[in-house]
Design a protein around this ligand. Structure first.
Ligand code: HEC
Length: 183
């Protein structure tokens, strides 16, 4: 009994003592992930001539930041100061994109025609905004954009559903076409 303990102790201290000195790596019992080319974020990558080690995001990656809205205080600030880079772009590309997103994420409350009477909207205590009302027609593009990215009152935001700048402004432009159609 006693001897086996001594044996166990000396065996385990052998394993622990496998240190090759300060400048050498220890003996690697299971080297799986040890030998990898890990680089620090700001390093140069020796395998990509002259390039930094940071990987470029995969294609079609969508940034989660909100560059257009960063300096805005609230919807009235957006109303005045947020400009639509796609203003008056009613080309099929934009309008079809806007319609696609609107029908999925807005129509059930605001109505497919924008009249605020979507199936879900009708059941809400605070009714969704009727986009065809004159007062709302006068909202600036920036204010509608704000509602998508930040929400408004009892309406939650849709920044995570309508994700790119282009999609958001396309929804705004699509709302404009609904308003025009109703006049
Ligand atoms: C779950 C239902 C619902 C969905 C989905 C929804 N909304 Fe709303 N929305 C509302 C309600 C309710 C209000 C009114 C909130 C209030 O007055 O407190 C509102 C208000 C608004 C306003 C008025 C903001 C203002 O400044 O007065 C805009 C613009 C708007 N929504 C746009 C959208 C757009 C665009 C989408 C799709 C991306 C969308 N909403 C999706 C329910 C919804």
């Amino acid at each position: 009994m006693k001897w086996s303990k001594v044996l166990l102790f000396s065996l385990s201290s052998l394993l622990v003592a496998c240190n090759g000195g300060d400048n050498k790596t220890n003996i690697e019992l299971m080297p799986d992930m040890f030998d990898q080319v890990s680089l620090k974020a700001q390093d140069w990558d020796p395998n990509k001539d002259g390039k930094g080690s940071q990987l470029v995001p995969p294609q079609n990656t969508v940034p989660r930041g909100k560059p257009y809205i960063k300096h805005m205080e609230d919807f009235s600030d957006a109303e005045k100061n947020l400009t639509n880079p796609w203003a008056n772009d009613f080309t099929p590309e934009i309008i079809e994109l806007g319609k696609k997103k609107y029908d999925v994420y807005c129509g059930m409350c605001h109505g497919d025609s924008g009249n605020g009477k979507g199936a879900v909207g009708l059941k809400m205590l605070v009714p969704p905004r009727n986009f065809l009302e004159e007062r709302v027609v006068k909202f600036s593009d920036g204010r509608i954009y704000w509602a998508i990215v930040k929400g408004f009152g009892t309406m939650g935001h849709y920044a995570n559903q309508v994700r790119t700048e282009k999609e958001r402004w396309a929804v705004v432009n699509y709302v404009r076409t609904l308003q025009k159609q109703s006049q």
